[in-house]
Design a protein around this ligand. Structure first.
Ligand SMILES: Nc1ncnc2c1ncn2[C@@H]1O[C@H](COP(=O)(O)OP(=O)(O)OP(=O)(O)O)[C@@H](O)[C@H]1O
Ligand SMILES: [Mg+2]
Length: 349
């Protein structure tokens, strides 16, 4: 691909790559035509032992090798101040480079539905100032991007439905009317991170104080074992500081925590979000409840959660509602963003 700028014939059209990106407080996902990659949204820097230059590590490698100084730079999916914006820019550039995303690309990135102008402006400048997205850069709501793969093609952008994003630091809900966001609702009180904190506390209780897991282990328990259909008790081993190992079995801690979480999701949706929507847009509320409610975000990956949400919300509202999700709700926002990018590049011609 070493064509120089002098040969500017029509045959020389740039090959613009459609790229979808979701930056999250816990995980960032990029979707390109050949690849779908996810990483932890964190960064560590160290000094090159030979040259003294600053080097950057990101993702799992940074979290595992530098737990003492790894930095997570997003809150509610947004860089809240200049330092975090700078870290986010460094992280984003490194992640794009590692995935071979070319400068000649059209980038659609997912933004959370959070009322934080400064944070959203920071996120925008992180993406706009990066080396990718020369052809176009556009932002779309995360819960719309995440709903796209749950529909055919780009039908989500042309429908009326409710979308609920279950993230690590936020629960977000809104109605979409052909891409327009109505009655946006968000709370930091019902979150994947809170589930992890509860698992830490419940494991300690369940083991009569013998086992204190850290928050990362709690998250792994949740991601590997939480299951509303077929939960199986599991065992783990901790090394005692004085030597020796202690094996223990977890029967209740994980499912108690996710069970409470799901009750709180249903309560927030039924008692906070839906009444607001009904109040402001009664007809849209009625139309949307006849459609499938789309769940997005990593917490929707828990097996059986979507069906259980549907059952509990139907009971709470005393009417039947249907819920659905993309195959991989944790990756869906980036996949959907990429589909949108493809379409925008086509239109741009
Ligand atoms: N397979 C899985 N099973 C259970 N939980 C999961 C799974 N994958 C991810 N999660 C959980 O989902 C949450 C992350 O979801 P997501 O990636 O949508 O959030 P985020 O975008 O990083 O955060 P936020 O939206 O708050 O900025 C975390 O709590 C994570 O532990
Ligand atoms: Mg998110």
């Amino acid at each position: 691909m070493s064509s120089d700028s002098q040969s500017s014939t029509d045959a020389d059209l740039p090959s613009e790559t459609p790229v979808g990106v979701k930056l999250g407080s816990t995980r960032t996902v990029v979707s390109t035509p050949d690849d779908l990659e996810r990483t932890l949204t964190c960064l560590a820097t160290y000094e090159d032992a030979l040259t003294g230059e600053e080097r950057v590590l990101y993702g799992e490698e940074a979290a595992v090798e530098y737990p003492d100084r790894v930095r997570y730079m997003l809150r509610s999916g947004l860089p809240e101040d200049d330092d975090n914006a700078e870290d986010a820019a460094t992280f984003f550039e490194a992640f794009m480079e590692a995935n071979g995303v070319p400068a000649e690309s059209g980038v659609v990135y997912a933004v959370p539905t959070i009322d934080n102008e400064e944070g959203i402006a920071n996120l925008e400048s992180v993406i706009e100032s990066s080396s990718v997205g020369e052809s176009l850069v556009r932002a779309y709501p995360e819960s719309l991007c995440g709903a796209v793969p749950a529909f055919d093609g780009l039908d989500a952008v042309d429908s009326i439905f409710l979308s609920i994003n279950l993230g690590s630091t936020n629960l977000e809900a809104c109605a979409y009317r052909r891409g327009e966001q109505l009655a946006p609702f968000a709370t930091g009180g019902v979150t994947g991170n809170e589930v992890d904190r509860r698992i830490v506390a419940y494991v300690e209780e369940e083991t009569q104080g013998r086992v204190k897991v850290d928050i990362t282990t709690a998250r792994e328990y949740k991601e590997d074992h939480a299951d509303f259909e077929n939960f199986e008790p599991f065992t783990d081993v901790i090394q005692q500081p004085g030597g020796g190992a202690h094996e223990f079995t977890i029967e209740d801690s994980v499912m108690d925590a996710v069970d409470e979480y799901l009750d709180e999701v249903v309560e927030a949706v039924a008692n906070d979000f839906l009444p607001e929507l009904a109040n402001d847009y009664m007809k849209v509320y009625q139309l949307a409840l006849d459609e499938r409610i789309v769940l997005t975000g990593g917490m929707a990956c828990i097996p059986g959660l979507v069906e259980e949400f549907q059952r509990r919300l139907s009971e709470e509202l005393q009417r039947d509602v249907e819920a659905t999700a993309a195959d991989r709700p944790d990756l869906a926002a980036a996949e959907g963003a990429q589909r949108i990018a493809e379409q925008l590049l086509l239109h741009q011609g």
